[in-house]
Ligand binder design. Structure first.
Ligand SMILES: *[C@@H]1O[C@H](CO)[C@@H](O)[C@H](O)[C@H]1NC(C)=O
Ligand SMILES: *[C@@H]1O[C@H](CO)[C@@H](O)[C@H](O)[C@H]1NC(C)=O
Ligand SMILES: *[C@@H]1O[C@H](CO)[C@@H](O)[C@H](O)[C@H]1NC(C)=O
Ligand SMILES: *[C@@H]1O[C@H](CO)[C@@H](O)[C@H](O)[C@H]1NC(C)=O
Ligand SMILES: *[C@@H]1O[C@H](CO)[C@@H](O)[C@H](O)[C@H]1NC(C)=O
Ligand SMILES: *[C@@H]1O[C@H](CO)[C@@H](O)[C@H](O)[C@H]1NC(C)=O
Ligand SMILES: *[C@@H]1O[C@H](CO)[C@@H](O)[C@H](O)[C@H]1NC(C)=O
Length: 489
């Protein structure tokens, strides 16, 4: 990047020279003498680009001095022993004048002649469903001494397996293969990449187990294998990745218990295991992951209860999503100690008992979902809380939960919850008394049993300001949701 910038600055300088002396031939010659490029390197660059962009692309015509005064968008060079070499190549529509791939784009052999390449990326290049391509398996060793970053992003036409030979790219720090059509297993050889800091294989159709060998990547900071078809258990070796900051294995078919080894990941800030088949409950080891900011375990049949964990240990938590996990027991009061919490999802479980009122006083909380449980009793949050949260306080589908009747008049009654005075059991007894005497009872019951839900809305509507406020809240929440989704991605 710096080199491209530097060389384009040079080019501008050259133009100025050209204008003042109008002897461009001499100036150009002197520049190319100042910064020469080996003929073989130059030809390899042209041939490589041509194999992706199409035969029409004539490099020697368009860019006679690709590392000098005619830079190519997406190509960067560096000087080595007084000669220019290509160090970075980005193929795909990143900028207006980027190198765009032809429908029949292919890997030419010349790519592997660019022996100083540190960074290689393909974005939206192999897209044609009529021209499916696999990543070449041989020759990568010729880039082993130089390549530090390899990226294939959004190439649905790129299918087949991840080459085991990637395991020989010993200087690789970042391997990103997002949103391609790759399938088959993760090669165990990936575990040879001892300098790897980032491994992202998300949104492919990768199958099989997570290989134990990934535990050898001791410098890894980011491991994202989300949205694939991975199955089997979490390998114990993941506990060896002690530098890890982000671990995202969401949306796979992983099963078994969530093991205690994860406690070793002391620097982890994101743990997303959602949308898998994990079971076996949550062990106490979770409370040792004291740096976690986002803990997302939703949509797994995990089971068990969460009362015995000391949630206050997870003091960095911003996002806690434990929804749809078949959890039983109550909501622990210690969750209210998580002062930084912004999102709390406990919905669609089998949680019972009262809701600790202190969670409503968390300073930065902007969404709490408790709907779809067996929570009971009277809600004890402030009127301000309901006003601030709107529909982002989810308490509906808790049959025996109610809110204080005084709230009704304020227009801040929580959605889908009934007011407390209307005691369901009493009403029921009275109506069933009636029911026994006449058949009129049924109609009355149906009419009377959901008055709160229907009453809540006219009172929203009658208060324009309030409606507007809730709308703003919703907007903010949508933004939050979006940023969460993006983070997870
Ligand atoms: C590019 O153009 C030059 C001259 O215009 C021509 O000699 C050369 O063969 C062309 N190269 C390719 C690969 O088409
Ligand atoms: C990875 O390491 C193993 C064991 O040292 C070795 O047998 C294998 O050839 C290596 N793979 C690659 C692609 O270098
Ligand atoms: C964890 O983070 C701290 C602070 O950033 C750092 O000093 C430490 O080396 C990290 N631990 C590991 C195992 O990487
Ligand atoms: C809840 O999780 C299960 C998997 O445990 C999943 O099949 C189901 O679709 C989820 N339900 C919802 C509402 O997401
Ligand atoms: C609440 O959020 C604000 C703004 O993002 C932040 O400055 C503050 O530290 C947060 N409070 C807590 C207790 O995390
Ligand atoms: C409660 O759950 C049922 C399905 O079990 C659903 O149809 C209904 O819409 C839910 N109620 C609310 C207020 O969301
Ligand atoms: C029935 O309703 C009346 C008032 O309408 C009330 O006094 C009484 O306690 C209710 N419950 C039962 C079990 O009768």
């Amino acid at each position: 990047m710096m080199k491209v910038f530097a060389s384009s600055m040079f080019f501008i300088l050259l133009c100025i020279l050209h204008m003042s002396f109008s002897c461009s031939g001499q100036a150009a010659a002197s520049i190319s003498i100042a910064a020469p490029m080996e003929k073989a390197e130059q030809e390899a660059l042209y041939s490589t680009i041509q194999s992706f962009v199409g035969k029409w692309w004539n490099g020697s015509d368009l860019y006679p001095d690709p590392c000098g005064w005619t830079p190519i968008q997406g190509v960067s060079c560096d000087l080595s022993n007084g000669l220019w070499y290509v160090t970075s190549l980005d193929i795909g529509p990143v900028h207006d004048n980027s190198l765009n791939c032809a429908p029949n784009a292919d890997f030419g052999p010349h790519l592997f002649a660019l022996k100083h390449l540190k960074s290689l990326s393909f974005f939206n290049c192999f897209v044609s469903p009529h021209h499916l391509l696999t990543i070449p398996t041989d020759k990568w060793e010729s880039l082993a001494d130089s390549l530090e970053s390899l990226e294939f992003r959004s190439n649905p036409g790129l299918v087949g397996q991840i080459p085991a030979t990637f395991g020989g790219l010993k200087n690789l720090q970042s391997l990103v293969l997002i949103q391609n059509g790759l399938s088959s297993k993760i090669p165990t050889d990936i575990g040879n990449l001892s300098n790897l800091k980032r491994l992202v294989l998300s949104q492919n159709q990768i199958t099989g187990k997570i290989p134990d060998s990934l535990g050898s990547l001791s410098g890894l900071l980011i491991l994202d294998l989300s949205r694939n078809l991975l199955s089997g258990p979490l390998p114990h070796t993941l506990g060896k990745l002690t530098s890890l900051l982000k671990l995202d294995l969401s949306s796979n078919q992983l099963a078994g218990s969530i093991q205690g080894e994860l406690r070793n990941l002391k620097n982890l800030t994101l743990l997303d295991l959602s949308r898998n088949r994990f079971s076996g409950g949550l062990t106490k080891s979770f409370q040792e992951m004291s740096s976690v900011e986002e803990l997302v375990l939703s949509n797994n049949p995990v089971g068990g209860d969460i009362m015995s964990l000391n949630w206050q240990n997870l003091k960095c938590l911003l996002v806690l999503d434990l929804s749809n996990m078949s959890l039983t027991g109550g909501i622990p009061d210690s969750i209210a100690e998580l002062k930084r919490l912004r999102f709390l999802g406990l919905n669609d479980n089998n949680l019972a008992g009262d809701i600790p009122p202190r969670i409503g006083a968390l300073p930065n909380i902007s969404a709490i979902y408790l709907n779809g449980n067996y929570l009971t009793g009277e809600l004890k949050f402030s009127e301000l809380f309901y006003g601030k949260m709107g529909r982002r306080f989810g308490a509906w589908n808790n049959t025996n939960l109610c809110y204080p009747i005084e709230l009704k008049s304020t227009g801040h009654a929580p959605y889908g919850v009934k007011p407390c005075h209307q005691e369901a059991t009493t009403l029921h007894e009275n109506i069933s008394d009636l029911d026994e005497k006449s058949n009129l009872g049924k109609g009355d019951l149906n009419h009377d049993s959901h008055p709160t839900v229907s009453l809540a809305f006219p009172s929203f509507a009658s208060n324009g300001l309030c409606l507007c406020y809730i709308f703003l809240c919703e907007l903010f929440m949508i933004a939050l949701d979006f940023s969460l989704t993006r983070f997870a991605w």
